[in-house]
Every structure is written in C-alpha cells, then in structure tokens.
Design a protein around this ligand. Structure first.
Ligand SMILES: Nc1ncnc2c1ncn2[C@@H]1O[C@H](COP(=O)(O)OP(=O)(O)OP(=O)(O)O)[C@@H](O)[C@H]1O
Ligand SMILES: [Mg+2]
Length: 457
C-alpha cells in the first residue's frame, strides 16, 4: 500500500530507493548461508558440554576411584571453551550483518534527502511531499529491519530443527510389520534356524546358528566372553533381526508378530541390571503394571528379595535412586529377577542373572528358580558353570557357533571345551588330557583358539 503511494508520489525516487533492495536480499542470502553452519556448531558444542556433564555425573564413582577429577575438569573446560568460541562466532557474524542492514536502510534516507532536495529545487516536488515521502519511507523500513531479525531467528531455529529432524527421521532397525499379528499365549517352543547375525556388516557374531528348545526345557548357554551368548538372548526378544535364517516361537516367525504380544510373554533378566528411579514396588511391577500387591510379594519372595525389601526404610515403598545406587549389586539383581518373574512368563531368559549374588543367595535363588523353571522354557546364560549343571541341555558356543551340546555329564565325559572350562573353575576335576603348558585342552579345535581361555573364571 505504502509502496504504491510512494510510486504515485514520485516513481523515479521510489525506484532509486528500491535499488537498495537487491543488495539487501543478496546480503541476507550471504548472511544466511554463513549463519546456519555457525548455529549448527553452537548446537553441537552445547550438546558436547551436556553429554560430558551427564557422563561425568553418572560415572562420578569411576572418576573418583581413578583420581581423575583434574583430568575431567580440564576436559570440561576444553568443551566449554569450544562452546564459547562457537557462540562468539555467531555473535560476531550477527554484529557484522546487523549494522550492514541498518546502513542499507539509512542509505535509502540519504537517497531521498539528496535526490528529493534536488527535485524540490527543480520544483518537481514540494517540501511537504518530500517530508511525507520520508515519513512513509520510515514505515517501509521498519518491516525490512524486522525481516532481517526474523531471518536471524529462522536460521537459529533451522539449525535446531536439523537435529530434531535427524532424530525423528531415524528409522528403528527392528520394525513391526503393518500386518503383524498378536502372538497367542505361548507354550514356549523357541527355535533358531540357521541364524546369521552381525552388529556390524563385516563382523559376524552368529553364523548358521540353529537350536531347538522344546517347551519346558532349561537350556544353558556357555562359552567364552564375546562368544555371542547375550546376542542370542537379544535376538529371542527381537531387539535385533537376524540377517539370515529365522527365529520362531511356537512356530511363529518373530518378525510376523507384534512386539508387545511377544515381549509381554517373555521374562528377561539382562546381564546389565537395570533399575528405574522410583520405589521398589514400581520397579518390580514394571514387568506387569497391573499386578496386585499379592502377586508382587510372591514374585519378590520367589526371587529371595522379600526379606531385604522389608528391611529397607520404607519397605516396598522405598525410593531407589538413579540406577538403584542405594542397593547392592546382588539386591538389584534379585529385584530384576522378581520383575521378570511377576509376568509369570512361559519363556524366561536369564543372562548372568545370578552373577552378582553371594554363594548363599545364589544357592537359594537357584532353588527358587529350579521350582519356577519347571513349567516354563528357560534360556540360562552363566559364566559360573556350577549354576547350570542341572540344565536339560548345555550348549557350548564359541565364535558364534555351537561347538558342543549335551548334559553336564555328557559334556564332561566328552572332555572337550566344556570339560576344559569346567576344569578351570573346578581344578580338582582336571581332565587327564588337559595340558597346562598348552593352556588349552588338546581336544579343542585349535584353529579357532580362545581369545581368553581364563575369561570364564
Ligand atoms: N551392541 C553391540 N554393537 C556392536 N557389537 C556388539 C554389540 N553387542 C555385542 N557386540 C559384539 O558382539 C560379540 C558378542 O557379544 P555378546 O554380548 O553376545 O557376547 P557374550 O557371549 O554375551 O559375552 P559375555 O560372556 O562377556 O557377556 C562381541 O564381539 C561384542 O563385541
Ligand atoms: Mg553376555
């Protein structure tokens, strides 16, 4: 509207003023392309500072134990410095751009004053019209100024959005099919068929892994550290999909069923005991949020956690801190077992579930688990071979493949890798053919030597 009036009042003068417009657009463009990466850097450096803070606070005990406070303070100072430098860079860019835009605006005024005055002298324009021109020009300039500020805000927001969209666009590795069906109540028949799996393309973890676990069976997975035992448990709950082969529960391919129906029927005690910030009750009930108190206590008793829970200041209502810091490793593990048991699952995956327990607690839990395992399928992973001797089947994994299978007695008589590992834990029953000088049992295939023969101890 105002521009139309300006054209009407004096089109030549208006055209002269508008000649500054392409300059402004060009400058805004140049500024925009330099501002965006600068803001991206600010976001990244800010994230670095936050990550470092979170990491150091979470691992404060490790830092103190290694007396690395000074080192961490220096690293934090470095990140802060980089963050400050990124922010200063942005402020510098803005400080350079802002006056240039102001200058362009004022240039318009100068043009009006010089050329307008000349026109007044030529009597092509009256002084009143010139004054009106100047007043209207001011009104055009205000939005132009605002626009340059908005560009600044847009660039800032765009850099932030980039990071948000990166996260939102991230596709989960494991996706539920649109036509996935709800897995009906399972019997607990778990079947791995020629499974190939790798976390990274060129580093296979499982190769042609096949295993059939009939309902009600207790199968133990043993093998050296890094052999792929936890990976097998992770595949059974479909945290990952195999690259080849398939995994079935009761004949149903895991990829064809909904995650919820699958995972709600499997009890998992993972190698890393995870507790949430909240009460003991919340933590146990997390496995089955609608469980009543009676079921909750029954699960706690079965996991030999009830007594220590009652000894806590507020019993089941005691709040356990971030990662359960107020509890001992064994107590946390018992809570995790209770959480898995409360679901009363037909399939139970226990990955080093009793590794943090003292011998007595372990013995008690073993007894409780033995009762609980009776009518459900259990996949037990244990380094302590004493805990899995009663398993129906012991599967020995080495480098992602099965090297031996059988009961404890069978495997001991076979005198291969299991017997060797067992002898390391119970030296009294050293098999005669074991050669301590070699460090391995001669019967073991030495083409693929154990990286750490003693890692099971
Ligand atoms: N999330 C992951 N990303 C990439 N590689 C992984 C990941 N988890 C495990 N690995 C690798 O896969 C291999 C098998 O790991 P896995 O955790 O299954 O071993 P494990 O037999 O359970 O060992 P441990 O007895 O020490 O628990 C190892 O070489 C490990 O480095
Ligand atoms: Mg493991």
């Amino acid at each position: 509207m105002i521009v139309t009036y300006l054209f009407y009042a004096d089109w030549k003068l208006t055209l002269l003023i508008l000649a500054t417009l392409p300059m402004m657009v060009l400058l805004t463009q140049i500024f925009g392309t330099r501002m965006r990466p600068a803001y991206r850097e600010v976001r990244e450096q800010g994230a670095e500072v936050n990550n470092h803070l979170q990491d150091t606070i979470a691992n404060i005990k490790l830092i103190k134990a290694c007396a690395n406070e000074g080192y961490e303070i220096d690293r934090f100072a470095e990140r802060n410095q980089a963050n400050m430098a990124a922010n200063i860079h942005v402020v510098r860019l803005w400080s350079a751009f802002s006056p240039v835009i102001d200058f362009m605006n004022h240039l318009g005024h100068v043009i009006v004053l010089v050329y307008g005055s000349w026109e007044v002298m030529q009597e092509a324009l009256t002084v009143g019209e010139l004054a009106a021109f100047l007043a209207y020009l001011n009104q055009v300039n205000q939005p132009a100024k605002k626009f340059s500020r908005i560009i600044h805000t847009i660039q800032k927001a765009a850099a932030a959005c980039e990071r948000i969209f990166e996260t939102l666009d991230e596709q989960p590795d494991v996706q539920e099919k649109p036509d996935a069906i709800a897995l009906p109540a399972i019997q607990g028949h778990l079947h791995f068929e020629a499974v190939d799996f790798a976390y990274q393309v060129d580093r296979p973890v499982l190769q042609q892994f096949s295993l059939d676990i009939q309902p009600g069976m207790t199968v133990a997975l043993v093998g050296p550290s890094g052999a792929g035992k936890s990976t097998i448990a992770n595949l059974a709950v479909r945290f990952y999909d195999p690259q080849a082969g398939c995994i079935r529960i009761d004949g149903q391919d895991l990829r064809d069923v909904t995650m919820r129906s699958l995972r709600s029927q499997i009890g998992v005690v993972s190698q890393e005991t995870l507790l949430l910030y909240g009460t003991v009750r919340d933590n146990i009930a997390y496995g089955k949020p609608d469980a009543d108190l009676e079921t909750l206590i029954a699960a706690a008793k079965a996991a030999y956690a009830h007594d220590f829970i009652l000894a806590l200041p507020q019993g089941y209502d005691t709040v356990i801190g971030e990662r359960g810091v107020k509890l001992s490793g064994g107590q946390r593990q018992r809570l995790a077992i209770a959480r898995a048991l409360i679901k009363n699952p037909k399939l139970l995956l226990l990955d080093e579930a009793t590794s943090s327990l003292d011998t007595e607690s372990e013995h008690l839990i073993q007894q409780a688990l033995a009762d609980l395992m009776r009518d459900r399928t259990c996949l037990v992973i244990a380094h302590r071979l004493s805990t899995i001797q009663t398993a129906d089947l012991i599967v020995v994994i080495h480098n992602g493949t099965i090297v031996e299978m059988g009961t404890h007695a069978d495997l001991l008589t076979q005198g291969q890798l299991y017997a060797h590992l067992y002898s390391l834990q119970f030296p009294k029953i050293l098999p005669p053919e074991f050669d301590p000088a070699l460090g391995v049992c001669p019967a073991v295939n030495t083409d693929t030597p154990l990286s750490h023969p003693l890692s099971l101890v």
